[in-house]
Design a protein around this ligand. Structure first.
Ligand code: JFZ
Length: 467
């Protein structure tokens, strides 16, 4: 089992009070929908969008949504920004239309980031959008607009709350601190229940800031809160970044079992091989620049291109994950031009090639240097998503020993088909073919491969036999 880093050959079976709630993948209908999304949109939008990484003319290189915590920005200044929050260009329907055109099938929206500011009118604090000049419930506008175009909504919620008196990152020491933290716990639970009640179409919760020692020490509380939230909202999807077990283990409990419905640890990074994902569902959340989630008016460093992002999406789906691209609208509610351009370009690619992404998964075939292979969970078709064409112009593909190749054609044009050259046929190792490209594509291209005589699991069996 050496291919699973961190996993032991023999599962230890320590009795846990607050470990995983279920073993293995969730196979219900809602989780099946989640698994098949392929592409999602993340939105970071809050008060930090107003300074946009600058304060009093000074540039702050860190993540813009963290500006309150940098030296140079007095807390008091930040905590008064809500008096200016009045996004005159905010148009939830336009955001939703753009996300739809990009091909996103779910959205994760920041309801409350670490600063504690709520974009919904929470009745448990005054630090909300209701007390800004904007006044209206932006979250409701977003939930409704995305729902109307058929994009599922997930709520990002930060456990870190710099605005709440009882919040602390380390466990409370004095009786007074403990009492304050109890209030914070109640406040957190109330806000979460409020969100699920006010926005019943919510499909799941995406937690953040749960690395705090104080939160980690609350295994009993967080476990019962999770149980309560799930009971009040059947089908609710929660990732592995919500709680710790009684030994302080996060994401994976002391026995190595995932806590939550999917692995939520792939942040601005991707797994290299299928072994890295341990058979779990997972999502990768990605920024366009190096590390900016909230709006930063001055991006420095490398800014990803649509081709790079499409490659990351293909990479994710080929390893059984979803790819979630972050957007950071500005303080007026506008999506910046760079992001609008990327959304449009990704959308144009998705228009032609979405079949290789939606409802697709790990294909069980050996990875090749030319790109990624996905397989439709619904039709069993294989998709070769080509990013690097070899000088020879020939793409190698190895299929299961029991299979043969059927039709091979361009996804963009099924009349453009290929006559694969058989180079190797082996019962033990699988059958190897070369597909000779007719031209050199200028953008990521998808070739559909239909296999014959192939039993459902043969791809997976082939992979197992090899290790
Ligand atoms: C957190 C936030 O602090 C950040 O502002 C943003 O909202 C992002 C989505 O989440 O940052 C993290 C969280 C987790 C990791 C790294 C940065 N991680 O697991 O590596």
């Amino acid at each position: 089992m050496a291919q699973f880093p961190g996993a032991t050959a023999q599962r230890s079976s320590v009795a846990l009070k607050h470990g995983a709630h279920h073993l293995g993948k969730r196979m219900d209908a809602q989780m099946e929908i989640w698994r098949n999304y392929g592409l999602g949109q993340f939105i970071h939008w809050g008060l930090y969008a107003i300074p946009g990484g600058h304060w009093k003319g000074k540039y702050y290189p860190g993540a813009a949504e963290w500006i309150r915590s940098w030296n140079g920005m007095p807390n008091e200044d930040y905590d008064n920004l809500y008096k200016q929050f009045n996004p005159q260009h905010f148009d939830a329907k336009a955001w939703a239309a753009q996300a739809k055109a990009m091909g996103a099938r779910y959205v994760i929206i920041t309801t409350k980031h670490h600063d504690g500011f709520c974009i919904w009118p929470s009745k448990y604090t005054n630090y909300t959008i209701a007390n800004t000049p904007y006044k209206k419930d932006a979250l409701k506008e977003i939930v409704d607009a995305y729902g109307a175009v058929g994009i599922d909504v997930y709520l990002y919620f930060s456990i870190i709350d710099w605005n709440h008196n009882g919040y602390r990152s380390a466990p409370a020491k004095t009786a007074q601190e403990k009492e304050a933290y109890e209030e914070f716990k109640l406040f957190t639970a109330n806000q979460l229940k409020e969100l699920l009640t006010k926005y019943p179409s919510t499909k799941g919760l995406w937690f953040d800031g749960t690395w705090d020692k104080a939160w980690i020490a609350e295994a009993a509380f967080t476990d019962s809160l999770e149980t309560e939230l799930r009971a009040m909202h059947p089908g609710l999807i929660i990732g592995s970044r919500f709680r710790a077990d009684e030994n302080g283990n996060r994401h994976f409990d002391t026995n190595g079992d995932i806590m939550g419905d999917y692995e939520q640890g792939w942040e601005r990074k991707l797994p290299k091989t299928i072994a890295d994902v341990h058979g779990n569902d997972w999502d990768c959340v990605m920024t366009v620049p190096e590390n900016q989630w909230g709006y930063h008016s001055e991006w420095r460093g490398h800014v990803k291109t649509s081709t790079e992002l499409i490659e990351m999406m293909a990479h994710s789906v080929a390893l059984d994950g979803n790819f979630v691209l972050n957007f950071g609208p500005d303080g007026q509610g506008s999506v910046r031009p760079e992001e609008a351009k990327l959304a449009k370009e990704i959308g144009e690619w998705m228009n032609v090639n979405h079949e290789a992404i939606y409802d697709c998964a790990y294909a069980g075939l050996e990875k090749q240097d030319w790109g990624y292979i996905t397989k439709s969970r619904k039709t069993g078709k294989y998709y070769m998503i080509v990013f690097n064409v070899p000088v020879s112009g020939a793409l190698k593909i190895k299929i299961a020993p029991s299979a043969g190749v059927g039709k091979v054609y361009d996804l963009a044009d099924s009349n453009k088909d290929y006559e694969p050259e058989e180079v190797h046929r082996s019962k033990a190792e699988g059958n190897e073919y070369l597909i000779h490209l007719k031209d050199r594509p200028v953008e990521p291209k998808v070739i559909v491969l239909e296999c014959t005589d192939q039993d459902q699991d043969s791809g997976v069996l082939y992979e197992k036999a090899k290790t």
